[in-house]
Design a binder for this molecule. Structure first.
Ligand code: ZN
Length: 107
């Protein structure tokens, strides 16, 4: 489970839960990845992260297999790797877009 969200799953549904107050707070605390983002930008980043857990076929398949009785639990590093990578890419894109807009303003 992540600090800002989690994914619940049964065979016929998936549910993403966002801890909205935690996400709001995370935009105001220096040193956290959401620091300085607007609430909707932070929600976007958390959404990208949780959607990897919920919808990426490889991730979902591995997660379901490892949760079967007798299977070894995935390490947090393996479980979080792709979700964190995609979240980081989203933040890079956000930053690039902001930098581009700032450059345009200077012209
Ligand atoms: Zn995660």
């Amino acid at each position: 489970m992540d600090v800002c969200g989690s994914v619940g799953r049964k065979s016929t549904w998936e549910q993403i839960t966002f801890y909205v107050e935690t996400i709001k707070q995370s935009t105001t605390i220096k040193g956290l990845e959401n620091y300085g983002l607007s609430f909707s930008e932070a929600m976007g980043a958390e959404g990208v992260h949780e959607s990897v857990h919920a919808a990426d076929p490889v991730e979902v398949n591995r997660d379901i297999r490892s949760s079967q009785p007798g299977q070894k639990k995935l390490s947090e590093f393996i479980y979080e790797r792709k979700a964190r990578l995609m979240e980081a890419k989203f933040r890079e894109e956000l930053k690039k877009n902001k930098d581009n807009q700032n450059e345009k303003r200077k012209l």
